[in-house]
Design a protein around this ligand. Structure first.
Ligand code: HAM
Length: 416
């Protein structure tokens, strides 16, 4: 084959589209339930926006961004996540002047140069929800409720809700210090990548997937033991709300997330069996981000979920998806005059809102009906020379194979 889709990208063929449309519809419905409005941002942004937001030392920024210089010598990056762009738009368009929190959702393609494998791609799609301008832990509860309800309404089972608090600018440095002291004595037990993390991004030591590193992480100091009073109070209130909402959360001391902007609450929704490599959705608070991007201090929280991973899970759990509507009528014809009648009839029916597939070329009637059959239409309308003369058509029910002769003028009423 001369050309193939780039590694880690895929085509979404027609047979897959029902999943995508179904999810998009559910995303919009839950946005409406919780009062979120849609935002679309550009697929690329100033590189500095992502370096600043996601964090200079994260895997995403150091290894995974698709960064290029355009002809005007600006450094641009294909978005490796959605939150930074939404915050940039919030500031750029003065959304802080609207009643807070401003609640926005998106469905967007995301680009990360990762090692492709099942559920991990270089271009994938995320839907995400961001609530900006409110620090109330009740909002954390509401956002987590939205995420959990979304997957429950999709009829996905065997999911877990992982929760942690990683503190704030005040209390986290203490925690990171004690984490470092704990790890320094154990550096030799760590994988080479974690040896670098120890210097550059110690929090990430906690979620390394290597068995040796996991063992060390299991006994590491816990962030919740280092929270300042405000962060501890916030976390306790959040847990209270989650209990009220009957959300079955599990406090996971190793949950730290791969982006640097998080403060306090972090959470993920994971399939019971798959673990964090197959995380369906992740998010948390990012109370400092808007400030770091040049705005007034503005608390915020959100999450995003991967569409491809969701579809993989829907398929694994055999969740039925409603099929997309298709034309229900096929018009078959034999001979030039019949073709003219068929062409006019197809246009009239479509004008009346009836979807029609018209036979093309000069296939035999048998071949045309075979085509109608494989298209799965409900009715075939057959027009031959005799029908042209009589001003009629044969209406065939493709399910029962029953046929009757009908005046062409009556077809529209019957098929509607
Ligand atoms: P994230 O955890 O990096 O968070 O990505 C969110 C979700 O996108 C993941 O849970 C996963 O389902 C999916 N995902 C991530 N990378 C890939 C990939 N390479 N291939 C397929 N699916 C993938 C964020 O991006 C944050 N912006 C989420 C957020 C919103 N936090 C606050 N607001």
């Amino acid at each position: 084959m001369l050309y193939q889709a780039p590694r880690g990208t895929s085509d979404i063929l027609p047979e897959e589209q029902a999943y995508w449309r179904f999810i998009e519809q559910k995303v919009a419905e839950s946005a409406q339930l919780y009062g979120y409005e849609r935002i679309d941002t550009p697929a690329f942004e100033d590189t500095k926006l992502f370096a600043r937001s996601v964090g200079e030392d994260t895997d995403i920024v150091t290894k995974e961004m698709y960064t290029f210089e355009d002809r005007g010598k600006s450094s641009l990056t294909l978005r490796p996540e959605g939150t930074a762009s939404v915050c940039r738009a919030y500031l750029e368009h003065g959304l802080h002047n609207q009643p807070q929190p401003v609640k926005l959702y998106y469905i967007a393609s995301i680009f990360r140069y990762e090692r492709p494998q099942a559920g991990r791609y270089r271009q994938h799609y995320q839907f995400g929800y961001e609530a900006i301008g409110e620090g109330d832990p009740a909002l954390d509860g509401e956002v987590i409720d939205l995420a959990w309800r979304f997957f429950a309404d999709m009829n996905l089972r065997r999911l877990t809700l992982q929760l942690n608090s990683i503190g704030c600018k005040q209390c986290r440095p203490n925690y990171v210090d004690s984490l470092k002291s704990y790890y320094v004595g154990r550096a030799l037990e760590l994988c080479p990548e974690c040896q670098t993390r120890l210097k550059r991004n110690p929090l990430r030591l906690l979620d390394c997937k290597q068995a040796g590193c996991q063992k060390v992480a299991a006994a590491a100091p816990k962030s919740v033991d280092y929270l300042c009073n405000e962060c501890a109070g916030h976390f306790n209130q959040l847990k209270r709300y989650l209990e009220l909402l009957k959300l079955p959360f599990n406090v996971n001391h190793q949950l730290v997330r791969g982006l640097d902007y998080y403060t306090r609450t972090v959470f993920e929704i994971q399939p019971e069996a798959g673990g964090s490599q197959s995380t369906l959705a992740g998010g948390g608070r990012y109370d400092d981000l808007i400030g770091e991007l040049g705005g007034k201090p503005t608390p915020a929280i959100g999450f995003a979920a991967g569409m491809e991973r969701l579809i993989l899970n829907l398929k694994e759990q055999k969740v039925a998806i409603p099929p997309l509507p298709k034309p229900r009528v096929f018009i078959a014809c034999l001979g030039d005059e019949a073709k003219e009648t068929a062409t006019k009839l197809a246009a009239e029916l479509r004008g009346a809102g009836v979807g029609v597939i018209a036979a093309m070329g000069d296939k035999s009637l048998k071949a045309q009906l075979r085509q109608a059959n494989s298209l799965g239409v409900r009715y075939a309308v057959i027009i031959g020379e005799e029908e042209v003369r009589a001003g009629t058509a044969v209406l065939r029910d493709m399910g029962s194979a029953e046929q009757k002769s009908v005046a062409v003028g009556e077809l529209q009423g019957l098929l509607k």
